[in-house]
Design a protein around this ligand. Sequence first.
Ligand code: SF4
Length: 365
Amino acid sequence: MTDLRPAILSLSASDLEAWLVANHAPAYRRRQIWGWLARGAASFEAMNDIPKALRSDLGRDFRSTSLTTVVNTEADHALTSKTLYELDGGHSVEAVVMRYADRSTLCISSQAGCPIGCPFCATGKFPFGRNLKAHEIVEQATDAVRLLATEGRRLSHVVFMGMGEPMANYQSVVESVRRITDPDLLGISPRRIVVSTSGLIPRIEQLAAEKLPVTLAISLHAARNELRDVLVPINRKYPVDLLIKAAQGYADATGRRVSYEWVLLAGVNDTERDAKELGRLLRRRLAHVNLIPFNPVEDTPYRAPDRASIRRFKEWVEGQGLNVTVRDTRGREADAACGQLHERVMRERSAAPKVAARVPSVIGS
Ligand code: SF4
């Protein structure tokens, strides 16, 4: 039966305080409740410095999260874990936690599916579901906090690079960034948050005016319009030279270096010509290029380049005077490319509706 209780994080600070007062509790309990959620509390029962009667009232009126875990997968000797969550109404999204020596990063989803439809992307292959609400985005972060807390780790970085185009769900994404950075809730510095976009220029300009100094990442993947029109179809509306101008405007307004993401597709965008075009576009700009070797997605014509081609392309780009790194290929066994776990589970579900029964050890609540 559908649980109609709202999720606690769907309430604003003032709405939760009003509920507390109406339930004969002081408004300051709101900070305590958020503090518990920020430390990864999985239930109201666990909030043991809150009076029992209030905990029970909270449980009567709210859920501690709206997300239901469908499946978890791990890779890289448990340094990478991916969770597929079911949302209210039945759509599902993925979040990935990546553990490093000096930080723990969460890759978060902002939409169920994605309307952009990049042909190399597992998410883009599915019909678009819906925008996530701000609290559904934040709940991915509080669940990652909970998971990491069991390992003695803290969530330090959040990247909006999971399913969806964050700028196409602008209000919820900005609201969720405000919650994630709120010292009363997760208190993560905006400088440790990356918001990516395939290139919605009006929203980039709007974000520059928000006074939220998050890092902007542009999913570039091609430097000439003919190729980018194919790889990132939104380019037909917002061509690449105007996109770079808007991104530069963001860098000027925030002082933050823009990150340009480039998924390397063998024989498609890994040639010397591509490197030179990229150089022409970004030289002398506050920019960093992040090369991402393609993580193969079934039913696409694209292949990952070999190591020698990756190295060669990196050298060509460096030769253009640009800062460039190659992202490690975390989580190949965890269906790590955006949308792959969702795709696999959906496929298994249609082949055998009882997928849950076949993987009982990884099914959440
Ligand atoms: S690569 Fe990003 S923008 Fe393109 S379809 Fe996938 S999720 Fe959407």
